[in-house]
Write a protein that binds this ligand. Structure first.
Ligand SMILES: *Cc1c(COP(=O)(O)O)cnc(C)c1O
Length: 538
C-alpha cells in the first residue's frame, strides 16, 4: 500500500462536530488552501471502515485500501449545493464537477476540471455521456457509451487522471502499479483507462472461462507498453482474493518499493471510482426534471443490477446528498447473496458459485457492502472489522435487528436466468428496445417489484452494459435459433444491429480483427510470480 507523509495541519474547524458537543477536531489541511474555504468546513477527510486512520481525498485515491484492510469512506456525505433546476441546465461534465468538488476537496478547481475533461470527451459516443431511454414506463440510464461499452467506463475513464493528479499533489514519485481482479468488465475498462498513461502500469487477472468471449477478446487484444493481462485457473472470487493477498504481502511491497514501484487498486473499492458513479444519478435526476418527465423534488426509485455493490452504493450516497431517491432496488442474479442478506440479515457466501449469463454479477463477496455495513453499525470501525473478520474466516456474518432497521430504503430482489431472458425478449417485442443480460436482471426485478407493490414511482434502471457486449446471450434470448454455435460473435453483432436498428459500436468493430497480444495464464497461487516477472524482479 502507498505510504505517504500526512499533510500539514494548517487550520482547525469545529464543523466536523455537526452532531453537537465534543472537542473541535483538527482538520488535516493541504498547505496553501485558502483559509476561507477551510472555515466553510468544505474539507472532507476519508476514514477507514475498520480503524481510526484518516487521510485526504487524494491520499485515499492513491492508497485504494486502508492499511488496516478497511475501505475509505467520507467522514460525512456532503449536501448538493445546486438545485435540480440548476443542474438540469448543465452538461455531464459540469454536473460531474458539481458533485466531485464536494468529495475531492483537496483537488483544486483546475485539477478537477482537467481530470473531468480528459475523462468525459469523445471517447464516449454520445455528447450526453449517459443518455436516458424510456421503455415500458421505466427510464433506462445508459451507462455504456464509453470505450468498452459497459458502465465501469464511467469511473475508470477518470480514475487514472485522478491518480496521477493525486500522486503529484503528494509528491509521490514511484511508478504506480495497478493490480485488478475482474469478472469481465472492470478489466477491460481499467486497461483502456490506464494503457500508456505515463507513471503507471497495470496487471489484470480474470477467471479463465469465467468471462464472455467478447470480454476476453477485448482484454487479450489490449495494446499498451504498460499492460499485462492474465487468465487464472479459478473463478472471480479466487482472482479477487489473490489480488488482496498481493496487496497484503509486505515482503513483496518492500521488494517493489526498492525497485521504485508501488501498488494501487483500480477495483471498485477505490473511492476514486465510487464518487464518479454518484454523478450519473444526479445527472439522470436533473435531466428528468429538466425535461419535465418528473417534477423537481419528486421522489424516484433506482434499480441497479448489482455485483460488488459499488454502483448501488453510489446511488445511496447520491440519496444521502439530498437527491430525492426513495428506494434502492438491489437486483441480483442467481448468485443471490445480497437478496438473502436483505431478506434475513445474514450474509452468507457459503454456497455454490453459479456461472450465469450476467457474469459481471457472478460475485459472492460484494466488497463495497462493507461501506454500508459501516453505516449500519453507526460508523463503528471495531464492529465493522469484527463482521468482516467473520466473513473472511467463516464466510458469513449476521447483523443485528437494529442494523436491519436502518436498511429500510433498500429492497432486494433477484431474477433467474430464464426471467432475465424473458425480459429481454418481451421488451424487444413490445418496444424494439434491446437491453443486455445484466440490465435485464434489474428490469425483471423491477417488474416483479412493481407488480407486487403496485408502486408507480418513476424509476431509473441502471443500464450497465451494451447488448453488444453480451451479444450471444442477448440474441439467444430474443430468438432461440441464435443459440446455434454456427453463428460467430461478429455475425451475431451484425444481426443484433439490424434487429435493434443500432449501429455496431466502435468497441466491437475494433476487436473484429485485432490480434491477440496476451497469452499469460497462471494457477491461483501463481499470481505473485507473474507480477514479479512483469516488473522485472527475477
Ligand atoms: C460490474 C458490473 C455490474 C455490477 O456492478 P457493481 O458496482 O459491482 O455492483 C453490473 N453490470 C455490469 C455490466 C457490470 O460490468
Amino acid at each position: 500500500m502507498i505510504q505517504i507523509a500526512r499533510p500539514e495541519i494548517v487550520c482547525y474547524t469545529d464543523l466536523t462536530n455537526e452532531e453537537g458537543g465534543g472537542e473541535p477536531e483538527p482538520l488535516l489541511h493541504r498547505k496553501g488552501r485558502p483559509a476561507a474555504e477551510c472555515e466553510e468546513g468544505m474539507e472532507i477527510l476519508y476514514r477507514s471502515t475498520r480503524g481510526d486512520e484518516r487521510v485526504s481525498a487524494s491520499q485515499a485515491i492513491l492508497r485504494g485500501l486502508s492499511g488496516d484492510g478497511g475501505l475509505y469512506v467520507p467522514e460525512r456525505i456532503p449536501t448538493l449545493t445546486k438545485t435540480p433546476e440548476e443542474l438540469g441546465q448543465m452538461d455531464y461534465r459540469e454536473v460531474a464537477y458539481e458533485v466531485m468538488k464536494l468529495f475531492f476537496t483537496d483537488f483544486s478547481k483546475e485539477e478537477l476540471q482537467g481530470c473531468i475533461e480528459k475523462a468525459y470527451d469523445d471517447k464516449f459516443d454520445t455528447e450526453e455521456i449517459a443518455p436516458l431511454a424510456e421503455a415500458e414506463g421505466a427510464f433506462y440510464l445508459e451507462l455504456f457509451h464509453g470505450k468498452t461499452i459497459a458502465f465501469k467506463d464511467m469511473a475508470l475513464s477518470i480514475l487514472p487522471h485522478l491518480m496521477i493528479t493525486a500522486a503529484k499533489k503528494n509528491r509521490m514519485d514511484r511508478e504506480i502499479v495497478i493490480l485488478t481482479a475482474t469478472s469481465g468488465d472492470t478489466g477491460k475498462a481499467a486497461l483502456a483507462g490506464f494503457a500508456d498513461v505515463p507513471g503507471t502500469r497495470i496487471v489484470v487477472f480474470y477467471p479463465k472461462g469465467g468471462v464472455s468471449p467478447v470480454q476476453e477478446k477485448q482484454m487479450v487484444t489490449q495494446k499498451g507498453d504498460n499492460v499485462l493481462v492474465v487468465g487464472i485457473d479459478g473463478n472471480f472470487d479466487d482472482a479477487q482474493t489473490g489480488v488482496k493477498k498481493l496487496f497484503a504481502d509486505r515482503e513483496l511491497a518492500a521488494e517493489l518499493e526498492e525497485a521504485g514501484f508501488v501498488f494501487s487498486s483500480a477495483n471498485s473499492i477505490n473511492i476514486g471510482r465510487l464518487v464518479p458513479q454518484i454523478v450519473y444519478y444526479v445527472y439522470a435526476y436533473s435531466r428528468l426534471a429538466a425535461e419535465g418527465r418528473i417534477k423537481a423534488g419528486d421522489p424516484i426509485h433506482v434499480t441497479v443490477p448489482t455485483g460488488n455493490f459499488g454502483n448501488i452504493l453510489a446511488a445511496f450516497y447520491a440519496k444521502n446528498m439530498g437527491l430525492p431517491i426513495a428506494r434502492l432496488l438491489c437486483a441480483s442474479n442467481e448468485n443471490k447473496v445480497l437478496y438473502d442478506f436483505f431478506q434475513t440479515g445474514t450474509y452468507d457466501r457459503n454456497r455454490e458459485f453459479i456461472l450465469t449469463s450476467s457474469p459481471s454479477m457472478d460475485i459472492l463477496i460484494s466488497s463495497n457492502l462493507e461501506r454500508l455495513i459501516f453505516r449500519l453499525t453507526g460508523e463503528d470501525p471495531a464492529r465493522t472489522a469484527e463482521l468482516m473478520a467473520a466473513l473472511a474466516n467463516g464466510g458469513r456474518y449476521e447483523i443485528t435487528e437494529e442494523m436491519r432497521e436502518r436498511l429500510g430504503d433498500f429492497y432486494g430482489g433477484y431474477a433467474k436466468e430464464e426471467e432475465a431472458f424473458r425480459k429481454i425478449r418481451s421488451l424487444y417485442e413490445e418496444t424494439g428496445y434491446v437491453i443486455d443480460t445484466h440490465t435485464a436482471v434489474a428490469a425483471a426485478v423491477y417488474d416483479a417489484y412493481r407488480k407486487e407493490s403496485g408502486d408507480k414511482t418513476p424509476t431509473v434502471i441502471a443500464s450497465t452494459a451494451s447488448p453488444f457486449k453480451f451479444t450471444r446471450s442477448v440474441m439467444r434470448a430474443i430468438d432461440g435459433k441464435y443459440g446455434d454455435a454456427s453463428f460467430d460473435d461478429f455475425e451475431l453483432a451484425d444481426e443484433l444491429s439490424a434487429l435493434a436498428n443500432v449501429p455496431v459500436p466502435r468497441a466491437i468493430e475494433e476487436i473484429r480483427t485485432a490480434p491477440v497480444l496476451h497469452h499469460t495464464q497462471c494457477a491461483k497461487d501463481g499470481m505473485k510470480d507473474v507480477v514479479r516477472r512483469f516488473l522485472g524482479q527475477e
